[in-house]
Design a protein around this ligand. Structure first.
Ligand code: GUN
Length: 282
């Protein structure tokens, strides 16, 4: 059986350590989360972020806006939070309703408070190899790999998906850790042939059980970023976990793998932003 890369256990450990660290700060880190509309999955994610932020002693504010909010009204909320000294991190939960331009909304966030790492400034820093606030999910994957002692240098990593939230920054982080990286996407021919050559596979496609066990090289490390609800109510990832577990040396479960790490990294980024804004060394 493969090693299970348990994001629940690791995220709890990291959150606990962060709670201790920020307890002595002049003021707690402040996180504002904006939720537009009532997408059920987004409501669950935003709720979880609030619970964890509260548990580790952060100031936490959730701003709920109606699904028909205008772009200008949303931008005004972001601008207000940019000016608010108690707030160190601003997160706009995605996806936004179709009438809103996500990139324009991201661009309005003060890069110093960009705890999602989605602004052009943050993405540019990462692309240049001087990361500061790094997108939470790929950062969480790197921490999981590091904790498990997975050697990355010289290894072939295959990232499936090229989103700004996961795939693209994930590929950059792996490359900066000296992996040779292949990025597969919706137009890639023969995704499975690429996956067969991977020492590390990161699946972030949003297609239930897309990666099959016979695609996985024996001994590969499999990271499943997906979380998909099937018609029968089951939650599954982008990897067929049972099949892949037959051959992988290590694998993330769904749920309980990457998901909790994303939230832990949001807290870490908020603390990082807060330390900078408070003139602490972090
Ligand atoms: N939607 C899915 N993942 C994320 C994330 O990491 N941040 C935000 N803001 N929205 C998301």
């Amino acid at each position: 059986m493969p090693e299970i890369l348990d994001g629940r256990v690791l995220s709890k450990k990291l959150n606990k350590a962060l709670k201790v660290r920020v307890a002595s700060w002049p003021r707690p880190p402040g996180l504002a989360v904006i939720l537009v509309g009532r997408d059920p999955a987004s409501e669950v994610y935003v709720h979880r972020k609030g619970v964890v932020a509260g548990r580790i002693g952060f100031l936490h504010r959730q701003i709920d806006l109606p699904s028909d909010v205008s772009e200008q009204e949303l931008l005004d909320v972001v601008h207000g939070l940019n000016q608010d000294d108690a707030i160190d991190g601003i997160l706009v939960q995605l996806p936004l309703p179709k009438h809103l331009d996500s990139l324009a909304v991201m661009a309005a966030i003060d890069p110093a408070k960009d705890v999602d790492g989605f602004t052009a400034a943050s993405a540019g820093c990462l692309a240049q190899g001087r990361p500061h606030l790094v997108p939470c999910t790929p950062k969480g994957v790197m921490v999981l790999l590091e904790e498990a002692g997975v050697a990355l240098s010289g290894k072939h990593a295959v990232v499936i998906g090229r989103s700004n939230i996961v795939g693209r920054p994930m590929a950059q982080l792996l490359e900066q850790a000296n992996c040779t990286v292949t990025v597969c996407h919706s137009r890639t021919q023969d995704v499975e042939e690429h996956v067969r050559r991977a020492d590390i596979v990161v699946a972030a496609v949003g297609r239930p059980e897309f990666v099959r066990g016979d695609w996985v090289k024996p001994g590969a490390v499999v990271i499943d970023v997906g979380i998909n609800r099937l018609e029968d109510g089951r939650l599954v990832g982008d990897v067929h976990t049972a099949e892949a577990s037959e051959v992988a040396s290590a694998i993330t479960p769904v749920p309980g793998g990457v998901g909790p790490m994303t939230i832990a990294m949001l807290m870490a980024n908020t603390a990082l932003a807060s330390a900078h804004r408070q003139g602490l060394d972090g």
